[in-house]
Design a protein around this ligand. Structure first.
Ligand code: GUN
Length: 300
């Protein structure tokens, strides 16, 4: 495997340690403890795992963690009331409403009811607009993690050809904005892109965020390119025993690693960076709320 492995697990541990240092300073020098509130509606098992992990890591870096677990049939009015209370709580600097929401709730309405300066997911329409116009915003966690890894690996990515495969609001679109912000030449490709293999082959940087298991083979990759695999797909793996599964990304790891210059594995690549960046965003939000200098290297 000639490609360098970009170790997201180790990188995320470094980010968490920087966040923890900053939290220590906020407490000792200013008497402020950053607080993150997570709201979970319903009992989706994957969401429960995520929320538990977020709460644990929030406490580990020294921040205050608040969880609101609401019944699956919570009304929109009751959910909005919880968000309103958190918006007005001075001890809470970040609010995250776990997605997906049950079908009877309007996701856009709910997300846009979060105070934009506490929207540590960066999903509020104000933050989307600020990012799109190159202004200071809260940046979605997964693309922020990808950007941090790219900057760390390359130093500068200025002038590089970047292809983002996937056009979601959560990853693809904000990722493209961030790459543009760092002066890459950016293409957003997707399932309907004409000659997708040729488009991907032009890229110095490929960010795969389509949600299709192992869709991108090694012969689509330009030799030496950097491949960032955002996909987390669970496949059946009967060879490991009955009912067993394995995680794969959106790229074919083995064949891509033969050609790429650097690649993120799944698991252990982008995944761990998402929560680390959520913690980083919470510290950033806390600093902004208190008129203090933002932590360096933890924002876009
Ligand atoms: N569900 C899966 N990933 C995420 C995320 O990054 N943020 C929120 N709010 N919900 C999610």
């Amino acid at each position: 495997m000639p490609a360098t492995l970009i170790d997201g697990k180790a990188f995320a541990a470094r980010v968490r340690s920087q966040v923890a240092d900053h939290v220590t300073r906020l407490k000792s020098e200013h008497g402020i403890t950053p607080g993150l509130a997570v709201v979970l509606v319903g009992e989706d098992p994957a969401s429960q795992v995520y929320v538990r992990s977020k709460g644990k890591q929030t406490v580990e870096v020294g921040m205050k963690s608040v969880e609101h677990k609401l019944d699956v049939d919570t009304s929109e009015a009751d959910l909005l009331a919880v968000i309103d209370q958190l918006n007005n709580d001075p001890e809470i600097h970040g609010i995250l409403v776990q997605l997906p929401l049950p079908e009877h709730l309007d996701e856009d309405l709910v997300i846009n009811s979060i105070a934009p300066e506490k929207d540590v997911d960066g999903f509020h329409i104000s933050n989307v607009g600020l990012l799109g116009t190159g202004q200071k915003s809260m940046v979605p966690c997964t693309p922020l993690g990808c950007l941090m890894m790219l900057r760390d690996h390359h130093g500068s990515i200025l002038g590089m050809d970047a292809v983002v495969v996937g056009r979601s609001n959560i990853v693809g679109k904000p990722m493209a904005q961030l790459l543009l912000g760092d002066s890459c030449t950016v293409t957003i490709a997707h399932s309907r892109t004409k000659d997708l293999p040729d488009v991907v082959r032009r890229a110095d940087i490929v960010v795969a965020a389509v949600g299709r298991p192992e869709m991108i083979p090694g012969d689509w990759i330009k030799p030496g390119a950097t491949v960032i695999d955002v996909g987390i797909n669970r496949l059946d793996a009967p060879e490991r025993g009955e009912g067993k599964t394995r995680l794969v990304g959106d790229v074919q790891f083995e064949s891509c690693a033969e050609v790429a210059g650097a690649i993120t594995p799944v698991p252990g690549g982008v995944g761990p960076m998402t929560i680390a960046c959520l913690l980083a965003n919470t510290v950033t939000a806390c600093c902004r709320a208190n008129g203090l200098a933002e932590p360096e290297g933890l924002t876009a």
